[in-house]
Ligand binder design. Structure first.
Ligand code: B12
Length: 374
């Protein structure tokens, strides 16, 4: 058995849904530099550090591993309830960094053992200066779609990526996966992701402007949400999956009904091991979230990616969602939030109070309708 075959076998044994081996050099460094120069990275200034390492890494080989995180859709009565906030699918459970890192470490230890290499074997999941989607495409895991996501033929785009990076070429006699970056247009004429993005953040195929992206605004952005974008947030309060929901390459995943009583059986792939799936995590009641103090926030979202937004960011988003729901029964909770010690929450709650008080219908965006076949 070749070294690559052994590594891929070990990756499966460790629990990854898919893995491939390819060159660690990204193909679209130029695109990345253009993205930075155009300001599309918004406030993610850390993306502009280590540009050279991201574009021309010292590593030679990437063992790219994928972990499927697709779980079935929540029942429409929960998901479409405007009194609830929507959390994007990737955050419906334990933080994937915490889940994948030990799995990658185990794989890295195996590589060290098999090769005798004591240095030059490192793991990365999201945190290092690595263009992961490029490397994944190189390693044959799938192709980059117009929504900029890496799309796998079986798992769609609901696939976390992580790597074991090697400073050496690996068994150069063996063919490296398919070795090709699938850079061609595999989406054809489809542009659903572009047309379904609520804010037009996919400004061109394969081009995302984070300044408009709800995922960026609700998770990474630390200040006020631009007022003109607030009505377009609907009830997304942490991340956004609109461009993935609209993608026909994900449609086949939704085969069985969501079963609240037996969530584990409705999970697919390795996701079953780390997603705690319940309505309080995927679509929590907005009014409940507004009541959370610092300790309550940390306790409720312990171990999940939601912590990244901090209480300040999450409650800012919750205020916007309550404003968009325009239900006068939320006025009491919003008025209380307008006296919060956090100025960001106060300002967004005041905006929401004014929006609820104006009885005009929400014309900017109708109540979101979760229909993946749109
Ligand atoms: C910064 C970042 C974000 C930013 C910016 C997203 C973006 N599109 O750049 C924000 C906060 C908005 C974000 C959102 C999300 N993210 Co994010 N994010 C990252 C991070 C840390 C860096 C991405 C990056 O380098 N962006 C810069 C742009 C220029 O690079 P890129 O999008 O990868 O683009 C490359 C290709 O598109 C290609 N390219 C450019 N032009 C063209 C043209 C053609 C024809 C082709 C084929 C390719 C191509 O070149 C680019 C440079 O290599 C990665 C982890 C990592 N280190 O890679 C995770 C990562 C991309 N995110 C991930 C996830 C899950 C998400 C969300 C789904 C979370 C959510 N539900 O809210 C959304 C998806 C939004 C979206 N459509 O991208 C996953 C994606 C997994 C996958 N299957 O693709 C990653 C890989 C994390 C991980 N380890 O799993 N994210």
């Amino acid at each position: 058995m070749s070294l690559i075959d052994k590594i891929l076998e070990k990756a499966a044994a460790v629990g990854f849904d898919t893995a491939g081996v390819g060159p660690a050099q990204p193909a679209s460094g130029g695109e990345f530099r253009r993205w930075l120069d155009s300001g599309r990275a918004a406030g993610m200034t850390w993306m502009g550090k280590d540009v050279d390492r991201r574009v021309r890494p010292s590593s030679k080989t990437a063992i790219v591993c994928g972990l499927s995180y697709f779980v079935q859709d929540p029942p429409p009565m929960i998901w479409n309830d405007p009194a609830r906030g929507r959390i994007s699918r990737y955050a419906w459970g334990r933080d994937y960094h915490d889940v994948m890192r030990p799995m990658l470490e185990e794989l890295a230890a195996f590589v060290r053992e098999e090769t005798g290499w004591v240095t030059g074997v490192r793991v990365n999941v999201d945190t290092g200066p690595v263009l992961e989607r490029d490397l994944a495409a190189h390693a044959g895991l799938g192709f980059v779609g117009k929504n900029t996501n890496l799309i796998h033929p079986d798992f769609g785009s609901y696939l976390f990526l992580g790597e074991v990076l090697l400073d050496a070429e690996i068994d150069s006699q063996s063919p490296i996966s398919n070795g090709q970056l699938e850079i061609g247009n595999r989406c054809g004429d489809c542009a659903r992701c572009l047309t379904h993005c609520p804010t037009g953040a996919l400004v061109e195929p394969y081009g995302l402007d984070a300044r408009k992206c709800l995922s960026y605004l609700t998770i990474e952005h630390r200040g006020a949400i631009p007022e003109e974008l607030r009505p377009k947030m609907g009830n997304w309060i942490f991340g956004c999956d609109e461009c993935q929901q609209a993608c026909p390459r994900n449609a086949h995943l939704r085969t069985s009904a969501f079963d609240v009583q037996a969530p584990a059986t409705s999970l697919r792939g390795a996701a079953a091991r780390f997603l705690r799936f319940n309505e309080h995590l995927c679509a929590p009641k907005l009014a409940d979230l507004m009541e959370l103090d610092e300790d309550g926030f940390r306790e409720r979202f312990a171990g999940t990616p939601v912590l990244r937004a901090k209480r300040s960011g999450l409650l800012r988003n919750v205020a916007v969602a309550l404003g968009n729901a325009r239900d006068s029964s939320s006025l009491e909770v919003l008025e209380k939030a307008a006296r919060d010690s956090d100025a960001l929450i106060r300002e967004h709650a005041e905006w929401a109070v004014a929006r609820v008080r104006t009885q005009t219908p929400n014309v900017e965006r109708p109540t979101p309708n979760f229909d993946v076949r749109r």
